[in-house]
Design a protein around this ligand. Structure first.
Ligand code: FAD
Ligand code: NAP
Length: 378
């Protein structure tokens, strides 16, 4: 993390304490909770660029920690020594360790203590799939509930836990448009599994706060940047929270007076409730900063409409932009969306560039090599 004068001061191990200024629900009336956050960089001299991410160091929810302590018959005041420092078990669990995730290594370590036949069976190499299914939707507390361990020592518990990892978020603001601020767009993870309500550590930590101090650091991403040449057209595909860096891109292009054409593909569940920053996009379209805006609402009709369907629908125009030298960006879900968008690009090259399947794959690879096809997917 650097200041405007290029000094490195803040990092994952020495985070900056930023005040959370705004925490706003973007999806009123939706069954999904996506929030807009604004964090202060006032007086820090800190600097970032559109395309970078912010790392956030969250704390576990006190209720989640209390549940774990109660299940294990600890009162939380037990003393724990960490890096030469003596602090309470409850503090260690809240601030330092990941106590919700469940990994194969943890199950292995737990079973060295519990010796449960069911877990021994699941840990056999040939039962890999069953183990993955078992872990899905379960957290560490589920092990203790299913295989109670009376008399577990504090050291045994600590040995099962790894340090709390930070979470990265694509930055949703341009520093030139919002002096001394950094904005984020976050889908809050909440779900019910195996009879318990669960929540994502970092997204719920932020969702449940306002005015607090948030430990964070910048994570530069030199592979996801606006073209240096402001005249170059850009195509941005960002469904769901994938929209975040494109808000930063468009703000930056506005402030810098970049003349290149801008095209956005956005999609989410329903236009009425999930149109993230809808007013801003509509205004950019009216003002001409956005030349094209294509929206894919997946749950406003019986059949699913996704961003890649809109890309194919507008294939001829998209092909023209790419041949004019446009840079193509995709941000958001890596597991399904980014793969389908990649496949849509190949389909467009086959249809509008008269390419064979193999040639279209080579062409997509060449776009990547030329750094005209950039991804920020997670
Ligand atoms: C470069 C990068 C940029 C990112 N940018 C953004 C961004 O702009 N906005 C954003 O919202 N996120 C973004 N993410 C994702 C973000 O970092 C976190 O992974 C996300 O917020 C979840 O973290 P959490 O701590 O809330 O959840 P965690 O406590 O980490 O829990 C998440 C886990 O819960 C489990 N889970 C979730 N849902 C279910 C379910 N329905 N059923 C069963 N299990 C489930 C899964 O195991 C999942 O891995 C980005 C990630 C990367 C790497
Ligand atoms: N585990 C879960 O149950 C679950 C659910 C949602 C999100 N997530 C995770 O939560 C995070 C944030 O979610 P998000 O708000 O960014 O996005 P998201 O909820 O995953 O999706 C945003 C939009 O993309 C659509 N979509 C689904 N599959 C797609 C595909 N193959 N191609 C193109 N679009 C597709 C969704 O439609 P539909 O939802 O109508 O299909 C929705 O309209 C992501 O990391 C995501 O993986 C997890």
């Amino acid at each position: 993390m650097t200041t405007a004068s290029g000094e490195h001061i803040y990092s994952k191990s020495n985070p900056y304490s930023s005040r959370l200024l705004v925490n706003r629900l973007l999806t009123e009336g939706s069954d999904k909770e996506t929030r807009h956050f604004e964090l202060s960089l006032e007086g820090s001299g800190l600097d970032y660029e559109p395309g970078d991410s912010l790392g956030v160091l969250p704390m576990n929810c006190p209720d989640v920690v209390d549940d774990l302590l109660n299940t294990l018959d600890f009162n939380g005041n037990e003393k724990v020594e960490i890096a030469g420092e003596e602090i309470s078990l409850s503090q260690v669990l809240q601030q330092r360790l990941a106590c919700t995730v469940l990994s194969k290594i943890q199950i292995k370590k737990f079973n060295e203590i519990a010796n449960a036949p069911r877990l021994s069976e699941l840990l056999l190499v040939e039962n890999k799939e069953d183990l993955i299914n078992y872990m899905w939707g379960r957290e560490l507390i589920d092990l203790f509930l299913e295989f109670p361990q009376r008399g577990l020592s504090v050291d045994n518990l600590i040995s099962l836990l790894r340090p709390m990892p930070p979470r990265l978020y694509s930055i949703a603001s341009s520093l030139s448009a919002h002096t001394e601020e950094v904005h984020l767009t976050i889908a809050v993870v909440r779900y019910d599994t195996h009879g318990r309500k669960r929540k994502g550590v970092c997204s719920s930590y932020l969702a449940e706060r306002v005015g607090d101090t948030i430990p964070c650091y910048f994570h530069p991403n030199k592979n996801f940047k606006l073209p240096a040449d402001g005249d170059k057209p850009i195509i941005m595909v960002g469904p769901g929270t994938g929209i975040a860096p494109f808000r930063a891109f468009i703000e930056e292009r506005k402030v810098t007076g970049a003349r290149g054409k801008n095209w956005l593909f956005f999609g989410d569940r329903s236009q009425k409730t999930d149109y993230l920053y809808g007013d801003e996009w509509e205004n950019y379209l009216k003002g001409g900063l956005l030349k094209e805006l294509d929206l894919a609402w997946s749950r406003d009709q019986d059949e699913k409409i996704y961003v890649q369907h809109k890309m194919i629908e507008k294939g001829a125009e998209l092909w023209r932009w790419l041949n004019e030298g446009a840079v193509f960006y995709v941000c958001g879900d890596a597991s399904r969306m980014a793969k389908d968008v990649d496949s849509a690009l190949r389909t467009i090259a086959q249809k509008h560039g008269a390419m064979s399947e193999d040639d279209s794959a080579t062409w997509v690879k060449s776009l990547q090599k030329e750094k005209r096809y950039l991804k920020d997917v997670y």
